[in-house]
Write a protein that binds this ligand. Structure first.
Ligand SMILES: *Cc1c(COP(=O)(O)O)cnc(C)c1O
Length: 374
């Protein structure tokens, strides 16, 4: 069996079948059904957030977030080039102008210090990404946004369950911290099958302000309110079948996190001295979503990929290319650090059920190559 970077988690099939019976009994297949509502409630509770809306996927969640933030055609949005293509393509799809700000070479998140020089009167928002679940400098970003009257949106697709412990936190939050989704105006989450927590396809729109969620509910349902069209909407609802999968996976979330932590720590222990790894936020929890390593050069990365592929092991070049370098979306904002990291970074296979022999063989291959170079 080939080893991919990811393998979707599947819960106990009998549990899913029970939910199917519920759906057959309810005869409610989609459109804000009881399972979708239950999933939203349980996720709010688990994540420590106030409001969340279950939508079709993480990409449309971003597009809805831009509408909620009031962004209009040709507005300039300061964003990161080091992300999955959807972060940028959603902006372009909505007629917004991505203004790429280079990243920190260590955290891989947007470099807050480089943002001010990019702000003009056209700038309306900052779109950050908590890269591989590692939070942006959310407090500094908020301060900048407040100063320049900008909205802050986070593509938090990777950040399921991540919590931040603020230096100023009181005794109550000091232990567990607060959800990373409580920062910024709106955060979006992807619940795609390859993500840490999933509902096959799915997304979540998260906001502290309940007015955003009320409006989002209209937008994802053709702009309807009391069955009448009131604004330009789209169909971004999700189904009861997807919610059922989410409910099943959520039951197993502790096991999923423990298993990922074990695999992540094993990679870290064996590879940290030979490869550059992501510098993690000091006050944030790790959700062990990805294990990226940075090679000294693209040539060395290519060599490693060829050898691993020969063993039927397929890590992924996340994220490649840097989004300021997309062939179909030329931009004047070139980001050398992002391009450099993108050319040398590889995400290693990490999922529940990754065979120990596969992990050992990945580590062995990488270390052997490394020491042959030296
Ligand atoms: C997965 C992902 C998305 C897209 O989410 P979908 O649910 O697949 O539409 C967007 N942004 C980032 C950073 C992602 O990793």
């Amino acid at each position: 069996m080939p080893i991919q970077v990811n393998k979707p988690y599947l819960p106990d099939i009998k549990k899913y079948q029970k939910y199917l019976e519920t759906i057959w009994n309810n005869h409610h297949l989609t459109n804000f059904g009881p399972l979708s509502c239950a999933l939203e409630e349980r996720l709010c509770d688990y994540l420590g957030i106030d409001h969340a809306l279950f939508v079709a996927n993480g990409t449309i969640a971003l597009q809805i977030a831009y509408k909620l933030a009031g962004l209009q055609r040709d507005d300039a949005i300061i964003t990161t080039p080091f992300s999955f293509v959807a972060t940028t393509s959603t902006l372009l799809w909505e007629g917004l102008k991505p203004v790429f700000c280079d990243i920190s070479p260590t955290s891989f998140c947007i470099d807050t210090h480089k943002i001010p020089t990019l702000i003009t009167e056209k700038t309306k928002a900052i779109l950050g990404v908590h890269v591989f679940g590692n939070p942006c400098e959310v407090q500094a970003l908020q301060a900048l946004a407040d100063k320049h009257n900008l909205k802050v949106i986070y593509d938090a697709a990777h950040a399921f369950g991540v919590r931040l412990i603020e230096k100023t936190s009181n005794a109550q939050t000091a232990q567990k911290g607060t959800s990373i989704f409580n920062y910024g105006d709106i955060s979006t989450l992807s619940l795609h099958a390859t993500k840490l927590f999933h509902s096959i396809e799915g997304g979540l729109i998260i906001a502290k302000d309940p007015a955003y969620i009320t409006e989002a509910k209209k937008l994802i349902n053709f702009g309807l309110a009391n069955a009448l069209p009131t604004t330009i909407g789209i169909n971004a609802k999700n189904s009861e079948f997807h919610a059922a999968m989410g409910l099943c996976v959520l039951d197993d979330i502790d096991t999923i996190l423990q298993e990922r932590q074990r695999i992540w720590e094993y990679y870290y222990k064996h590879l940290k001295d030979d490869f550059t790894t992501q510098t993690l936020h000091q006050n944030a929890s790790n959700n062990y979503h990805y294990f990226p390593i940075v090679f000294p050069s693209q040539e060395e990365l290519s060599k490693a990929l060829t050898q691993l592929n020969a063993l039927k092991i397929f890590p992924r070049r996340y994220f490649y290319p840097s989004l300021d370098d997309l062939s179909f979306a030329p931009t004047p904002y070139a980001c050398p650090i992002s391009r450099d990291i993108a050319s040398k970074i590889l995400c290693l296979p990490l999922y529940v059920g990754l065979p120990q022999v596969a992990q050992d063989s990945i580590i062995h291959t990488l270390k052997t190559l490394k020491h042959a170079e030296a």
